[in-house]
Design a protein around this ligand. Sequence first.
Ligand code: HEM
Length: 415
Amino acid sequence: MAIDAKNPVPPTLPRYAGMDQVPAHVPPELVKQTGLPYGPEFTADPYKFFAELHHRMPPIYYDVGPFGNAWQAIKHEDALFILRHPEIFTNEGATPFPRDHSDYYYFLPIEIDPPHHRKYRNIVDPFVSPKAVLELSDLIRKRANDLIDGFVDKGGTEFAVAFGRPLPVSVFLDIMGLPQDMRDTFVEWAMDLLHSTAPGMMDAAFRKIQDYIRSAIADKKANPDDKLVSRIAHAAPDGEPLSDKEVFGFVVFLFIAGLDTVFAAMNNMWLWLAQNPERRQEIIDRPQDIDRVVEELLRSWSVTFSGRVLAQDYEFKGVQMKKGDRITCILPACNLDPDVFPNPTEVSFDRPRQTVLAFTVGPHSCMGAHLARLEIKIGLQEWLKRIPDFALIPDTKVEYKPGGVVGPESVPLVW
Ligand code: HEM
């Protein structure tokens, strides 16, 4: 039965973690401990790790770890099937962030299956449609250049802090109608929420986000504007206003989804650009191919995953799964599937067109995809125009934090 977002009920689904909580129906030969996304092998070089999964693991296996046990799918064609069949692989109860059971709410639209989730997407669509996003081009270009003005003459900068983070986060805050002077605080909260392995820190960050959003919604209710938080707070799909819990779960989820994904992707991309001067030149020399470039970079460095829950017992690719099992499509690995992308770790702007899974597919495909693509495209164009030559500071040790959004913590550059 479809869940009712106006009357949220805490999930009763079990969350298994660790070797002693492997369900009996899981064949022992499929039980693995890959260390994704927290082990030292993963944090040392996540994209090598994702590529090697295809050689080390069967297409579907049951990954066991301290933060949760789940089936994992790493083949491109399996992910396409899973993500396009919400009647078998549901989003209900699939997100990893725990909420207070005495005051439960759903994350919208991610925790609602079709067709009901459409009414929530309709509220946001006008802000993130290709046309709406294109109208932001001048603003994004100006922001990019204002940021570059601040460091272009300095001979170097910390990319993550000076460009990768402020460019997308400031545009996101504009769309949401949230204050720019909270930018770094928001990023800090999002980082603690998404990358902390200490439960206390994650809980504290989540509490701060929720408290802030509660007060932002109250403010927008009293002082409406034409930005996204206000539109959600005043939305009345089918003539019926959203409940307080719907508004809250919607804004909290947008905050989690939109804040650090683009910047993680850009950090990965600029790290590679800094280490590959001839490929930078190729991008500069092929301005007409910039959209292909962006798509290939997104394929090579997808930053996040799609978690689902089995809505029924189901045998998938010869593997018997049970209702309530969790399954994660490892999108960065699916985009490095050698059966679909030959020589997957080679960045090639001339690949035949294939579905890139960076933003997932199916009913829950990323609502920010057009915006993210445009920010990356304009970021590349403006940066390479003004700083065509740059490198990583010698002897930099690139470090990745554990977590559900994959990107290097720091990208220190010189030119
Ligand atoms: C490079 C940047 C980004 C990447 C790689 C990315 C990736 C994803 C992925 C993989 C999903 C599906 C999650 C799932 O299947 O469980 C998703 C969903 C979503 N993303 Fe993004 N995202 C990015 C940027 C953004 C931005 C900037 C926004 C906000 C403006 C955003 C808003 C959303 C929303 C609302 C959903 C849920 C859609 C639904 O449930 O119907 N994303 N994103």
